[in-house]
Design a binder for this molecule. Structure first.
Ligand SMILES: C[S@@+](CC[C@H](N)C(=O)[O-])C[C@H]1O[C@@H](n2cnc3c(N)ncnc32)[C@H](O)[C@@H]1O
Length: 157
């Protein structure tokens, strides 16, 4: 199985870039993982939030194949403990899933077309994080999940 994370907009904040690099380097020892950054939509001042989400959705949908299993990062989504999330990933790996794609929405969330395409959703918290921060938190949780599956001493309950 391979995992892709799709996010919108290049990260400019150094602290996020450094954090992501740290966990991406670690994660690559466990899984074929790709981070796809969709460029920010230009001239958003002339767009409504709905129009911006629709444009982001077009770009997101272009990245997906019919056979992909798509999970949206969404604060209203399903909540897991880190151990349960590790179990979830393990089930996907031993099942027939070839490509698991997680998607982080843009600054205003997802267009309806993305909700319609999704196979599942995942909440990291009831709180709302910035679309930039979520990528770091999620990559750390993915790394944590693989250390749990390998029984490595990173996660402490
Ligand atoms: C600033 S939030 C958008 C909030 C927007 N009000 C909405 O309804 O989705 C940007 C993106 O970050 C992600 N996100 C933010 N907080 C999250 C959380 N607690 N759990 C999972 N994803 C989250 C989601 O993908 C969301 O689309």
């Amino acid at each position: 199985m391979k995992i892709t994370l799709i996010a919108i907009g290049k990260t400019e904040d150094k602290y996020l870039i450094e954090g992501m690099e740290k966990y991406l380097t670690r994660l690559k020892h466990y899984i074929n993982f790709t981070l796809v950054i969709i460029p920010d939509i230009k001239n958003t001042k002339n767009l409504t939030q709905a129009q911006q989400k629709a444009k982001e959705a077009e770009l997101i949908l272009k990245q997906l194949s019919n056979s992909d299993t798509v999970v949206l990062l969404d604060e209203k989504g399903k909540k897991y403990t880190s151990v349960k999330f590790a179990d979830y990933l393990n089930k996907q790996m031993v099942g027939s899933i070839q490509h698991l794609v997680f998607i982080i929405g843009g600054p205003y969330g997802f267009d309806q077309s993305i909700y319609q395409r999704a196979n599942g959703n995942l909440s990291l918290s009831d709180m709302t994080f910035s679309h930039q921060m979520v990528r770091l938190f999620f990559i750390e949780q993915l790394y944590r999940a693989f250390t749990i599956l390998k029984n490595e001493p990173y996660h402490h309950e």
